[in-house]
Design a binder for this molecule. Structure first.
Ligand code: ADP
Ligand code: MG
Length: 228
């Protein structure tokens, strides 16, 4: 479960995130949708406790800077941070040791689902952008986090990998995880969300539950982000 209360992140006088509150229940997927520069990555980095900000962020009821919160958070950054000289399996071992969570069955399933099983001996620098993205996702999920934030996870993946990742995300939801996914592309998240938060200029302009949707997400997005 994720709770954000009145989050503001300023750079000088500029507010990259401006008074955002939202919460995500266990077993549900929220999409954060907004144009480039809306503040999505800033919000997500704040959740991952990588920035200073004003406001409160709780992960499973614990302040996000606490060790307990960090244990239950999975963060997939916009840009995968991969070590050139570690292999795929060494990346995974590193995460398993850092978190003290060794669930090989779970990891093998992730490798299988994201079609990385035969890439385990490859070095980080030998992976394509899409493979690096998939490794970054596997590393974030290896410790079995209960709250997961994905920053533009579908960018750079081929259609097949997008389909697999969507299935993985839906399985995490079925397993009871609270999930946040940012995107600037409305069509990429069709069928994947319980709630959509439309963000622009640091603010959530509108939040929509699936049950409300008469309009397509794309039409709704344009009607809100292009309104004067
Ligand atoms: P998004 O992920 O939605 O594309 P970001 O959160 O990356 O947007 O950026 C939101 C705004 O904050 C942008 O205007 C961006 O230029 C600004 N910004 C992001 N990081 C910094 C920084 N380190 N210093 C100053 N401004 C920043
Ligand atoms: Mg971003």
């Amino acid at each position: 479960m994720l709770q954000i209360e009145n989050l503001t992140k300023s750079y000088g006088r500029f507010k990259a995130v401006d008074g955002v509150s939202l919460s995500i229940k266990d077993g549900s997927i929220a999409v954060l949708m907004g144009p480039n520069g809306a503040g999505k990555s800033t919000l997500i980095k704040s959740i991952a406790a990588l920035l200073r900000y004003k406001g409160e962020i709780l992960i499973d009821g614990k302040p996000n800077r606490s060790l307990e919160a960090k244990r239950s958070l999975g963060y997939i950054p916009e840009m995968p941070a991969i070590y050139d000289l570690l292999t795929v399996s060494e990346h995974i071992q590193f995460i398993q040791r850092a978190y003290g969570v060794f669930d090989d069955e779970h990891v093998n399933r992730l490798l299988e689902d994201l079609e990385m099983t035969d890439k385990q001996k490859k070095l980080g620098k030998e992976l394509s952008k899409g493979m690096q993205q998939k490794l970054s996702i596997i590393c974030a999920l290896a410790s079995r986090p209960r709250t997961i934030v994905f920053d533009e996870p579908l960018v750079g993946l081929d259609p097949h990998a997008i389909k697999s990742l969507k299935q993985t995300i839906l399985a995490l939801k079925a397993d009871g995880c609270a999930i946040l996914i940012s995107t600037h592309m409305a069509d990429s998240v069709e069928g994947l969300w319980d709630t959509v938060h439309i963000m622009k200029d640091g603010k959530i302009l509108k939040s929509v539950d699936e049950s409300v949707g008469q309009m397509s997400l794309e039409d709704l997005y344009f009607s809100i982000t292009e309104a004067k």
